[in-house]
Write a protein that binds this ligand. Structure first.
Ligand SMILES: Cc1cc2nc3c(=O)[nH]c(=O)nc-3n(C[C@H](O)[C@H](O)[C@H](O)COP(=O)(O)O)c2cc1C
Length: 195
């Protein structure tokens, strides 16, 4: 079975630099034989997490997103850095996906446990979103995701992509390839998705 990766960013705006980075990572993974599902979180109706909403009617958008996380071996995630951390959109999505459904135990974490992630960030700043990626690594590690040590930061990202969407500089493109290769390698060694 080919490795199945879910590719997403923590930005929902048109013209997102992080979603552009996700597209490159997805293409790289496909070139290496993986099956990639590229999504925008904008396509999912995800209210801000609220225990009352959850208790009354688990939102269909959160259920659909969780099903996607469950059915993939791993994730390629580009997180914008907002005030030194991950975007609220991404954290909210992770929070919903982490919740038990259909009689699961409280810490089943069926969308995350034992899966792999490769992390990236594109930022307009000189630091490339490094703090956001560190924050995301901590969050995902807490919920049992094996996060690849390789990671990709794109600083000054407004000028980093050419008109075809490719990275202008060879070094970050090379790092992206290395990160994706590691994620596929790790995913091949871990358990297949349960759904
Ligand atoms: C609320 C907010 C906070 C931000 N904080 C940071 C930050 O801490 N560090 C940083 O490098 N860029 C920060 N930025 C700038 C983002 O890097 C920039 O908006 C980037 O384009 C967002 O990613 P996107 O293009 O994928 O939407 C911030 C932007 C917003 C809207």
């Amino acid at each position: 079975m080919p490795v199945k990766l879910l590719a997403l960013s923590g930005s929902t705006r048109a013209g997102s630099l992080n979603q552009a980075l996700v597209a490159l990572a997805a293409a790289e993974a496909r070139a290496r034989g993986a099956e990639v599902t590229e999504i925008s979180l904008k396509a999912f109706d995800l209210p801000l997490y609220d225990g009352d909403i959850e208790a009354n009617a688990f939102p269909q958008g959160a259920r659909d997103l969780k099903a996607l996380f469950r059915s993939h071996h791993g994730f390629l995630i580009a997180s914008p850095e907002y005030n030194g951390g991950v975007s609220g959109v991404l954290k909210n999505a992770i929070d919903w996906v982490s919740r038990p459904t259909d009689g699961e135990g409280l810490v089943a974490l069926s969308g995350f446990r034992g899966k792999v992630a490769g992390l990236m960030a594109a930022s307009i700043s000189p630091f490339g979103g490094l703090r956001g990626v560190a924050h995301l690594r901590q969050i995902l590690s807490t919920i049992q995701v094996v996060v690849a040590t390789e990671q990709v930061m794109i600083p000054f990202a407004l000028n980093a992509f050419d008109e075809t969407g490719a990275l202008k500089e060879p070094l970050p493109a090379q790092l992206l390839g290395g990160m994706v290769a590691r994620v596929i390698d790790l995913a091949e060694r871990l358990e297949p998705p349960t759904a």
